[in-house]
Design a protein around this ligand. Structure first.
Ligand code: AMP
Length: 127
């Protein structure tokens, strides 16, 4: 079910449970600002999710309400995770589904890091 990005934060969402340690994840990186872990249903050879530790529903919520320190910490962490995985030379794609038309499924802000093969065009064409 796609997420309405205008809804209030639901602290029972699956990524909130991962952040609280109630559900396991395959951790890639963690610092003060983010947790990064492997997607449970990978869509590429490398498919890592980076999530802020703060309670934000979506990219929209995060970009509007997060502090400058949270935003800086998040952006730097996405860069660090991608570099540390050796993805800069071969290339990678960042994706942040936001709201209904994007088919966002988990209502906690996240960025997908996708890499490891040719990823093709950005979107399937739907006419
Ligand atoms: P989105 O459609 O952008 O909201 O993406 C949500 C992503 O979270 C999907 O790629 C799922 O495979 C992934 N996901 C859902 N549950 C888990 C979980 N428990 N651990 C890791 N990834 C998950």
């Amino acid at each position: 079910m796609a997420v309405d990005a205008t809804q209030p934060y639901d602290d029972q969402n699956i990524f909130a449970k991962i952040l609280r340690g109630e559900i396991p994840c395959r951790k890639v990186f963690e610092d003060e600002w983010v947790l990064a872990f492997h997607d449970i249903n990978p869509q590429a050879v490398t498919h890592v999710l980076v999530i802020p530790k703060g309670a934000y529903v979506s990219w929209d919520d995060f970009s509007a309400k997060a502090s400058d320190a949270e935003i800086t910490g998040f952006v730097r962490a996405v860069g660090h995770v991608s570099r540390a995985a050796g993805l800069v030379a071969p290339g990678y794609r960042l994706l942040a589904n936001t709201g209904l038309n994007s088919h966002q499924e988990v209502p906690h802000m996240h960025v997908h890091v996708l890499a490891g093969r040719q990823l093709g065009p950005l979107l399937a064409r739907i006419d």
